[in-house]
Design a protein around this ligand. Sequence first.
Ligand code: DC
Length: 247
Amino acid sequence: MAALMKDSIAQTPRIVIAIDGPAGAGKSTIGKRLAARLGALYIDTGAMYRAVALKSFRLGVLEPSSAPEPLLPEQEAKLAEIAQGMKISLAGDPFHLQVLADCEDVSQEIRMPAVSRYASIVSAVAGVRAALVEQQRRMGATGTVVMDGRDIGTAVFPDADVKFFLDASVETRTERRYAEQRARGIECTREETRLDVLERDRRDYNRPVSPLRRADDAIWLDTSALSPEETLEKMLALIHQRLSVRG
Ligand code: DC
């Protein structure tokens, strides 16, 4: 299948694969593997929102200790300005992705739970989204890409060649996030992780600008009962099917 996929991809000048879905649905685990199998560039757009959240934190635009919502208009304007002025790049292969914010490697720091929370707040700001979507379109214009996020199939690349919407139960997503955080040495309880997943769902699905939703033409996949390998094989088969139908 891998050889077959590479062949069919090689015949097409540029393929965009969009993967959207809620936190913990498996987007980045699968996105990386998919990109490696297809010889594609992997773009983790969540990392970009996280990088803006981290910088806003450091500059004191967001208060680390208190609930910052609703944001004040001047905070929103400052956040948009930060996003517009930042140079975010992703370097390395999909499994060793380095996130560079203004040339600083922030790959580890952006995974802290506080940054996750603030990233979902920052990502609701229209000016932040406009700045990052523009960067994402530029990054995606360079060749065959696998891009994951919340609005790839609906806003960033509405004409993506194949779109997936990955989902999983709250329990499964909590377990995955919990294991991931423990593996990174981050202290947290299961319950804190569950509440965090629910809170991020609430924000991602309900924000007025580009809320998380499945594009009409996206393939919906529930990964709750699937291993990453099973999910990957299903997706490769579906991509192959879609591309061969298109000819
Ligand atoms: O995928 P992630 O957990 O790293 O994303 C961090 C936050 O960024 C998430 O709460 C939603 C937001 N996000 C977004 O709004 N649009 C994207 N394309 C990617 C992420």
